[in-house]
Design a protein around this ligand. Structure first.
Ligand code: NAD
Ligand code: MG
Length: 390
């Protein structure tokens, strides 16, 4: 009888920060979950070890050249192995109850869409999916009766306090932002910051790409777009408030002046556990919030001059069409170049802004259209890098 309570779970992006936190929860609750499929991009040994530990049915490596290594690492275990994008989609389509979509970037779009089309519960960490194909993805969610649960801490907080049955009573959604490692700094003082300084987030331990996005505040911009797709509010109803302690994870303001918020320690295992256990709650050994220990919570307006990426993202949402997809693709290219030491931190915004100006923002009509736009924007951003960073 106990087995009936097991939830079947697939983790896309199992070796990443969110993937590891997800599997940490599963490891502590062996009676609650059956792991079906696990995927990673290049860390074969880690993926194989996780697939064996959790007795997965299937392990998929994104980089197809590594399939022989994965097969070797899993030989004799009976665990199937696949590779490449087709393999990732196969993992997302395996019969399951919950798919944790935790691949980083637009690379996660097709597998996440495949999970949605199964009509299962999709715990969505991969915010770039909603940024570049929000309308299409949400249409598919409705069409296939999937349940989309936001894992991103801000959206998870809003999901917990948003009155979906009386959405007209909502006046504002207020996304809180830590401000990242460079909060309070001027644009000029950011000219020579290094990737190492940028990824050293004060409150959250995350993958490299989202850490850089937090440092530029593009992350908050992507989250504004994400919130627009997840919740029935108008674009102008979404606000950003800097809150350096990351205790209030976001808020919803109602017509009568009430503001409802979700609070907690900054540990992604809380929103992950919420998504895995939903609609129930499960125990997670995160540090309990001690407000008396923290003492005071502070708030400030974001500095849109020093953190131009936040402004660019809000503008892309307002302009609509494919502007958010172009913003996302050019940001991915710029962040990768910054992490590789080929681009200055302050030029991430310049790459995004110039790419947006150079591309037509006609709305995508289909998923393949989104990929064409994504490719075009990447080409344009790469051209910028080629010309300007010689
Ligand atoms: P990460 O870099 O730590 O992990 C990314 C995972 O995706 C890895 O398993 C990697 O193997 C896989 N991957 C990378 N490129 C791939 C590709 N081309 N094809 C297939 N798989 C690929 O990233 P993360 O911090 O875990 O973030 C994952 C997603 O969750 C991102 O979209 C991020 O914005 C979002 N998110 C993360 C956090 C956090 O605390 N880390 C919080 C909120 C939202
Ligand atoms: Mg977030």
């Amino acid at each position: 009888m106990v087995r009936e309570q097991h939830k079947r779970l697939t983790v896309l992006g199992a070796t990443g920060s969110i993937g590891q936190s997800t599997l940490d929860i599963v490891r502590r609750n062996p009676n609650k979950f059956d792991v079906i499929a696990l995927t990673a991009y290049s860390r074969v040994e880690e993926l194989a070890a996780l697939a064996i530990e959790f007795a997965a049915e299937l392990a998929v490596i994104g980089d197809a050249t590594l399939l022989p290594d994965l097969k070797a690492a899993l030989s004799g275990t009976g665990i199937e192995s696949h590779a490449g994008e087709a393999g990732l989609i196969e993992a997302a389509e395996r019969e399951t109850d919950v798919v944790m979509a935790a691949i980083v970037g637009a690379a996660g779009l097709r597998p996440t869409m495949a999970a949605v089309r199964q009509g299962v519960t999709v715990a969505l960490a991969n915010k770039e999916c909603l940024v570049c194909a929000g309308d299409l993805l949400m249409d598919e969610v409705k069409m296939h009766g999937a349940t989309l649960l936001p894992v991103d801490s801000e959206h998870n907080a809003i999901f917990q306090v948003f009155d979906f049955d009386r959405a007209r009573g909502v006046e504002k959604v207020i996304l809180t932002a830590s401000g990242g490692p460079f909060r309070g700094r001027s644009r000029d003082s950011l000219l020579n910051v290094t990737p190492q300084q940028a990824v050293a987030h004060p409150n959250w331990d995350m993958g490299a790409k989202i850490s850089v996005d937090s440092a530029t505040m593009m992350n908050k911009g992507l989250e504004v777009i994400e919130a627009y797709h997840l919740f029935p509010v108008e674009k102008a109803q979404i606000d950003v408030l800097v809150h350096p302690q990351s205790v209030i994870h976001s808020m919803v303001e109602y017509a009568d002046g009430s503001v409802l918020a979700q609070l907690g320690s900054p540990d992604m295992r809380t929103p992950i556990a919420y998504s895995l256990a939903w609609p129930e709650r499960m125990h997670v050994p995160v540090k309990r919030l001690s407000l008396s220990e923290i003492g005071s919570l502070t708030f400030e307006e974001p500095d849109l001059d020093a953190f131009r990426c936040l402004h660019l993202a809000k503008e892309a949402l307002m302009n609509g069409g494919s502007a958010p997809a172009i913003l996302n693709a050019s940001n991915e290219v710029a962040v990768e170049a910054f992490l590789a030491g080929r681009l200055r931190f302050v030029d991430i915004a310049a790459v995004v802004s110039d790419t947006l100006s150079a591309c037509d923002i006609k709305a995508p009509q289909s998923l393949s259209n989104v990929f064409e736009i994504d490719k075009m924007a990447r080409r344009e951003a790469a051209r910028w890098l080629g010309v300007r960073t010689q």
